[in-house]
Design a protein around this ligand. Structure first.
Ligand SMILES: C[S@@+](CC[C@H](N)C(=O)[O-])C[C@H]1O[C@@H](n2cnc3c(N)ncnc32)[C@H](O)[C@@H]1O
Length: 265
């Protein structure tokens, strides 16, 4: 790396860090420095624009605001879930119903089709721009892309599998993780969302929770679920916080796919 790249990199990281500073002067001046960039992005980037508008319209329901995704992003997870439904004798069933929660531009749903050739697949996202891209690419009449709100899950569920990956977080590994998540993304928000998803999942269904700021085992749901054991090769780099919103030391876990043993009583 050249000296200027090193200098630039350090400056960029410092600016990134200052955005989450508790010092209002530091935070305010950083926002001011970045404001021309924000305006430019708002004018030229459709996803960014819908994200900002969503932040204003749905501040409570918005989770991660980045829409990175790609085809077959999680082959080990997809295969493990497929094996679970093979064991249940349901993998070829046209009645199998799968939800991709936070589907972004659709690649997760299209990848799932390769593992579940006959399933009905619903992708939901909070960004209309993402949904528009997903719909443009879709030529499968058993895959639908819908706006994510309280009614959508109620009207289209219950599901046999809910994939919730790279959605329930705000503090990514690219950032300097704050010692507490209380301001940016408190655990209550995670629990609230995961509880809602649980309410739309069938018994013996699979809940896939990965790349999040919290562990499922730190929620009240966990006692009704069984984690499927598997030796995943990919390491989860997302910073993890505990039940008091405190940053935990490296706490990667192999628990990513959970089978629902029973409904809430
Ligand atoms: C990084 S993408 C994840 C895409 C895909 N699940 C994957 O892992 O490749 C995160 C997505 O979550 C969406 N999102 C954020 N809050 C949401 C919510 N409340 N309901 C549905 N989607 C949401 C964002 O719009 C974004 O498209």
């Amino acid at each position: 790396m050249t000296e200027s790249a090193g200098w630039l990199g350090r400056a960029r990281r410092q600016i990134q860090k200052n955005r989450y500073s508790k010092n209002p002067l530091l935070k305010g001046s950083t926002l001011l420095i970045r404001s021309p960039w924000y305006v430019w992005q708002f004018l030229t980037d459709g996803f960014y624009r819908t994200t900002i508008l969503n932040r204003l319209r749905n501040p409570k329901s918005l989770h991660l605001t980045c829409n990175y995704t790609k085809m077959d992003r999680y082959p080990e997870i997809f295969s493990l879930v497929r094996a679970h439904f093979e064991e249940l004798g349901k993998v070829e069933s046209p009645d199998l119903k799968i939800l991709s929660f936070g589907c972004s531009t659709g690649e997760e749903a299209f990848s799932l089709r390769r593992y579940f050739p006959h399933a009905e697949i619903v992708g939901v996202d909070i960004s209309e721009w993402n949904l528009k891209q997903a719909r443009k690419k879709n030529n499968d009449d058993r895959i639908r892309f819908l706006f994510s709100d309280d009614n959508t899950l109620e009207e289209n569920g219950p599901f046999d599998a809910i994939f919730c990956m790279a959605v329930l977080l705000r503090i990514a590994h690219r950032m300097e993780p704050a010692p507490s998540s209380a301001d940016e993304y408190p655990i209550d928000k995670f629990i609230e969302q995961i509880t809602e998803l649980d309410g739309h999942l069938n018994e013996q269904g699979a809940l896939i929770v990965y790349h999040t700021n919290y562990h499922l085992r730190d929620t009240p749901l966990y006692e009704r679920y069984r984690a499927l054991t598997f030796d995943f090769t990919e390491k989860d780099l997302i910073p993890k916080y505990d039940t008091n919103n405190r940053l935990m030391p490296d706490s990667d876990t192999q628990e990513r796919v959970f089978v629902k043993e029973r409904n809430a009583s």
